[in-house]
Design a protein around this ligand. Structure first.
Ligand code: ADP
Ligand code: ZN
Length: 638
């Protein structure tokens, strides 16, 4: 639950403007990942690349040749890049509909390309298919009915391959991942090293009567290395690896998901010992009978089948099911009973040391310049997952190539981090009144954050737009974000309101803009949580709302959330208002008290556009005594 506050507060309040914040941008990491992934079972054109990445490659001049198929929906691309070790590689790219300017672009970049028309059917085939299709259809229907007792129950035997498991099955588990590639999640790793040793020498365990768990549930936020761990066990133990995503079991037709589960486990027991990895297991494993609109028969059947299968292999002959989810709270309790997923391993976001380890793993195959400190980078990135960090270094490598450098320097690393946290930089605004207003807004955040003892330090202030924010104030987050004190929360609210307060004091009430809407949302969320979850108001230490405010259809039961009386609801609202009003007053007071230095900073900022924290503190210290951020702080608010 702390992660939510963490994300809300750390990342978002640095923004000015109406935004959806950049944490979502992390999906870039998936692109970076897929690009080097090679599916084993095909022999041609096996790597894949996202369309966005492809365009980037195009821009960099790394694309040599393009062959378009299926009316330009797919392309086989010949590329060579430093990332790919400068060897020419064949890569498949799926082209989204609407990417119609592609051909023009290819011409523009002078790329050798060819479009292959869909196969020319000759007349006979056209006629034949016209006639044959209905016959086949009727015939098929007939056959289907004859076998209907096999369907939906029969799964495996079904004539249509529909009930077959779509699990990717790698006989020789050359997943390429070894434990050495995984850092920062030592407890989970230790657990898995034990499983590997069981798979290698089962006798050692069975002889002393030890039972190895059938099911292990990996719980943790996305990108923390859950898939990586499962791949590593298969690879290290040298056993087959079945990988499937829970969402692949969720089908429209009743019974198909269940048939797929059955098929998967059939294959698995034929290949035991082996690892079955079910990603996003919450897609099938959600609590039964929950959610809007009552139960979903298909999903329930699938889940029941999964439960049956897991009970099926009485003593474990070596099929180990590894499930991954970030929502263990919505899983059906039956799944967690002994004999099923009876072991839970939590995989958390890495701490500072973990991040250093992960950065080292991903820096291994990259030329990193001497001026880059991975330790410093780790300090700067609390809240980053392993995937985010991998992505960060990858982005830095791409930037280095773009700037035609032979190694990755500090400059690229910082730029990559900024991009990932704040989005891609835009061009600075023209000098006008709005720019001045944005400058005041940002300096308003910076100054409130600086004079409050319990707030993180300013890292830099910038008027270069990023993502949908017109200007940003960056703060250096403290490492431990897991416990925030009341005064820290209040300081956050005051600082977040600081931007708007500056607008108000400097330009007057009528000139206040819409720019602070995102700030206000943050503030309201925080204040509300203080009242309803952390017992930090005069209502008392009562948990009035729970952490899980996700939509009901995700599996939370309806009507469970708010159980307090209407009179309490009124008190909550009034407490939330009280906190926010208090903080607004504080913010305005700080702005008024520091008006001279604010004006000075704004002029300088308009000039240089980006000011780093040290320079800001320098200017500030000649006018104000800055608090010792480490000293204890006593909150006066009550
Ligand atoms: P999850 O399954 O938890 O969503 P993945 O295992 O798919 O996350 O991780 C995605 C990528 O992020 C990995 O392929 C790897 O490059 C990187 N990564 C994530 N966690 C770690 C880690 N602990 N150590 C090293 N790399 C990691
Ligand atoms: Zn703001």
């Amino acid at each position: 639950m702390w992660r939510n506050i963490f994300r809300n507060t750390i990342f978002s309040f640095i923004l000015f403007g109406v935004t959806t914040f950049g944490v979502k941008n992390f999906s870039i990491s998936e692109a970076a990942e897929t690009q080097n992934k090679v599916e084993l079972n095909q022999n041609v054109a096996t790597s894949r690349m996202t369309y966005g990445r492809f365009l980037e490659y195009l821009e960099m001049g790394w694309i040599k040749q393009v062959d378009l198929y299926d009316n330009s929906r797919n392309a086989i691309v010949e590329a060579s890049s430093p990332e790919l070790g400068n060897r020419p590689q064949t890569i498949r790219v799926e082209i989204p509909v609407g990417a119609s300017q592609l051909i023009q672009k290819l011409k523009e970049y002078n790329i050798d390309f060819d479009a292959h028309p869909a196969e020319n059917k000759n007349l006979w085939i056209t006629v034949a298919s016209n006639v044959l299709l209905p016959i086949l259809f009727v015939g098929g229907l007939f056959y289907f009915f004859q076998n209907s007792e096999n369907f939906p129950g029969g799964g495996g035997q079904s004539q249509m391959n529909i009930g077959k498991s779509t699990a990717r099955f790698e006989k020789r588990p050359d997943t390429g991942v070894v434990f050495k590639d995984i850092a920062g999640i030592d407890e989970a790793k230790a657990e898995f090293e034990e499983i590997v040793s069981f798979l290698k020498q089962p006798d050692k365990y069975t002889i002393v009567g030890a039972k190895i768990p059938k099911g292990i549930l990996l719980v943790g936020p996305p990108g923390t290395g859950k898939t990586l761990l499962a791949k590593a066990i298969a690879n290290e133990a040298g056993v087959p690896f079945f990988s499937v995503s829970g969402s692949e079991f969720v089908e429209m037709f009743i019974g198909i998901g269940a048939a797929r589960v059955r098929d998967l486990f059939k294959k698995a027991s034929e290949n035991a010992p082996c690892i079955v990895f079910i990603d996003e297991i919450d897609a099938v494993g959600r609590e039964r009978g929950a959610g809007v609109g009552g139960g979903n028969d298909e999903r329930e059947q699938t889940l029941n089948q999964l439960l049956t299968e897991m009970d099926g292999f009485k003593e474990n002959k070596g099929v180990i099911v590894v499930g991954a989810t970030n929502r263990v709270d919505i899983l059906d309790s039956a799944l967690l009973r002994p004999g099923r997923f009876d072991r839970q391993v939590t995989v958390n976001l890495p701490d500072r040391l973990g991040r250093i380890g992960i950065l080292k793993v991903h820096a291994r195959n990259k030329p990193i310049g001497d001026d880059v400190s991975l330790v410093q980078l780790a300090n700067r990135t609390p809240g980053f997952s392993g995937a985010d960090l991998a992505n960060l270094l990858n982005e830095a490598a791409i930037l280095a190539t773009r700037y035609k450098k032979s190694s990755i320097t500090r400059n690229e690393v910082n730029e990559a981090a900024d991009r990932i946290i704040g989005g891609i930089a835009g061009t600075p605004m023209e000098d006008n009144k709005n720019k001045r207003l944005v400058a005041y807004h940002e300096v308003g955040h910076a100054i409130t954050g600086s004079v409050l003892k319990s707030h993180d330090e300013v890292e830099k202030i910038t008027l270069v737009p990023r993502g949908s924010a017109k200007g940003l104030t960056w703060f250096t987050p403290e490492e431990d974000q897991s416990l925030l004190s009341r005064s820290e929360l209040l300081a956050r609210i005051i600082t977040t309101l600081g931007g708007r307060a500056a607008e108000q004091v400097v330009f007057g009430n009528p000139e206040v803009t819409t720019g602070a809407s995102n700030d206000l949302q943050q503030v309201t969320n925080l204040a509300r949580q203080m009242v309803t979850r952390f017992g930090m108001s005069n209502i008392g230490p009562i948990a009035l709302e729970d952490d899980n405010s996700g939509p009901v259809f995700l599996g939370g039961s309806m009507g469970q959330g708010d159980t307090y009386a209407e009179s309490i609801a009124d008190r909550i609202d009034s407490q939330v208002c009280k906190i926010i009003n208090y903080c607004e007053e504080k913010a305005i007071e700080i702005i008024k008290d520091n008006r001279v230095v604010i004006d000075l900073t704004v002029e300088r900022l308009l000039d240089i556009e980006t000011m780093d924290g040290d320079e800001f503190r320098n200017i500030l210290s000649t006018y104000t005594v800055l608090p010792d951020k480490k000293a204890p702080y006593i909150s006066k608010f009550d």
